[in-house]
Design a protein around this ligand. Structure first.
Ligand code: LMR
Ligand code: MG
Length: 487
């Protein structure tokens, strides 16, 4: 059985565990997640950071049960980190030794910059490449990481957190005081302004989940959801003004009612201070950072170039015979490069085309009949990392095939269609993808075919093209493109 690792993050508000299964050298997927709203830092901020007995008792019980879960998956490694609550607490060692004695678990208390690094490094590796600042708003502190060219280049940590502000200000109804406290802390931020903010942590995910429900967003994916500062601020204002009953109708979950306002306030002040224009939700954070820093320890904390862990996981798990997909990827790429200018296709679509080609056979892992539909479902639901929602929707849509139809014929009336490019574009990419599949019907290697293109005519030369010629009839071609097969 492939090996599993459990990663526990003891936050100041929630404690979380992810159980991750590795499917090959750098590929993995989450097989279990559990969260407990233990609120370890409860009543600590008015007691000079001292952890209270009841909070420690709750957390210890939850740790015990988390470990039972980890063992049920036969986790070979259990990595446990703790953040602000334990950093601040004069009596932290009491809790740490109790957990060591009762559960034989070593808790590693990480400092603010390390926490910022781990969250930022997870975003740098598992979101599409971008220049951004990631902000992890926790219960006790907030961590900032400046991401550039796939690396974290600067970290910073501030003692502004949801539980801290709730207990010090909001419980007394002092929103003004909370704002002043946040702004004063933000004066120390070493960053100027940034176009894109990546939101990490429970508060940002809760706001995103609620916003997606409100918008009836077509994908069920928090990770990679992108919005504008205007939409985010308007929703944030609605949250700040809401009564508990109203929070419910805004789709905020009850366990967030008392921290969502301080959390929203922190995020709004940060977004304003950094003059952010776009906000992206990260579904990954400290736990994934801890996992990746173990997985990628001999690779400078980053995946090899052009490596996508979600694609690899899908191939590892579902494509028992992946060779045809690899050959289709290589042939599609050659065809694309010959004809994309003629078809008016921007070069960047080569990425989605090649990934879709590699994923062609994954549906076979479910059932041969209607395997294209299964490939589509798997891609739409299990592609998470390193791709935008628009890219995921396009890749998944390209995998749908129906004889005699164009790709635009197959767009669903509701749902992810709004994330796709125009009909002409999807039809052109689809043609290249399924043409490569048809040309390789005899399962030769892509290198056995010679290609040339002139004046709208693509000529394909190869020894065995009998099946291809027959199957080509199933593929509608875009206007101004014809294909000639020569044996
Ligand atoms: C933390 O303190 O880091 C987390 O508990 C954040 C949260 O809001 O759940
Ligand atoms: Mg945290």
């Amino acid at each position: 059985m492939a090996q599993c690792t459990a990663i526990i993050d003891i936050g100041s508000n929630s404690m979380r565990m992810a159980v991750v299964q590795k499917t090959s050298r750098f590929a993995f997927h989450i097989i279990h997640e559990v969260k407990s709203s233990v609120r370890l830092s409860e009543a600590a901020y008015t007691n000079s950071g001292h952890l209270q007995k009841s909070a420690m008792d709750r957390t210890a019980s939850a740790v015990g049960e988390f470990l039972l879960i980890a063992r049920s998956f036969k986790a070979r490694k259990i990595l446990c980190v703790a953040t602000s609550a334990l950093r601040d607490a004069p009596n932290a060692s009491e809790f740490i030794s109790r957990i060591r004695q009762e559960h034989s678990l070593n808790i590693k208390v990480i400092d603010g910059p390390r926490e910022a690094y781990l969250g930022g490094m997870a975003c740098a590796n598992l979101l599409p490449p971008m220049e951004a600042i990631s902000v992890d708003v926790g219960g006790g502190s907030s961590e900032f990481a400046h991401i550039s060219k796939g690396k974290v280049i600067q970290m910073f940590s501030l003692n502004i957190g949801t539980v801290r502000l709730k207990e010090l200000f909001m419980d007394q109804g002092d929103v003004e005081g909370a704002s002043r406290y946040i702004d004063k802390a933000l004066d120390a931020l070493p960053f100027e302004s940034i176009q894109t903010l990546i939101g990490v942590g429970g508060t940002f995910r809760a706001l995103t989940r609620a916003l997606m429900k409100k918008e009836d967003y077509p994908l069920k994916k928090l990770h990679g959801y992108t919005t504008t500062k205007e939409i985010f601020n308007a929703f944030g204002d609605a949250v700040m003004d809401a009564s508990p009953k109203k929070l419910k109708s805004l789709n905020i979950k009850p366990d967030r009612f008392d921290t969502i306002k301080p959390g929203t306030l922190i995020l709004q002040r940060i977004a304003m201070r950094l003059q952010v224009k776009t906000l992206i939700c990260s579904g990954v954070g400290v736990r994934e950072g801890v996992y990746l820093s173990d997985l990628l320890r001999n690779a400078s904390d980053c995946f090899p170039s052009n490596y996508n862990p979600s694609v690899r996981y899908l191939l590892d798990t579902y494509a028992t015979f992946s060779n045809h997909g690899i050959e289709c990827a290589s042939l599609s790429k050659r065809i694309f490069e010959l004809i994309h200018v003629h078809l008016d296709l921007p070069i960047h679509y080569r990425t989605e085309l090649v990934i879709a080609a590699k994923l062609l056979p994954i549906g076979l892992g479910i059932r041969y009949y209607a395997y294209q539909k299964h490939s589509h479902y798997l891609a739409l639901n299990a592609l998470d990392y390193g791709l935008s929602h628009a890219q995921i929707a396009l890749i998944a849509h390209l995998l749908l095939f129906k004889k005699g139809n164009t790709s635009s014929d197959l767009v669903p009336k509701n749902g992810y269609g709004s994330l796709l490019p125009d009909a002409k574009t999807i039809d052109a990419i689809y043609t290249i993808l399924w043409l490569s599949h048809i040309l390789l019907a005899q399962r030769n290697s892509a290198s056995s075919l010679a290609l040339s293109f002139a004046g709208g005519l693509l000529t394909v030369e190869g020894k065995e093209l009998y099946l291809a010629r027959e199957q080509l009839k199933n593929l509608p071609l875009p206007p101004h493109l014809s294909i000639q097969l020569r044996s």
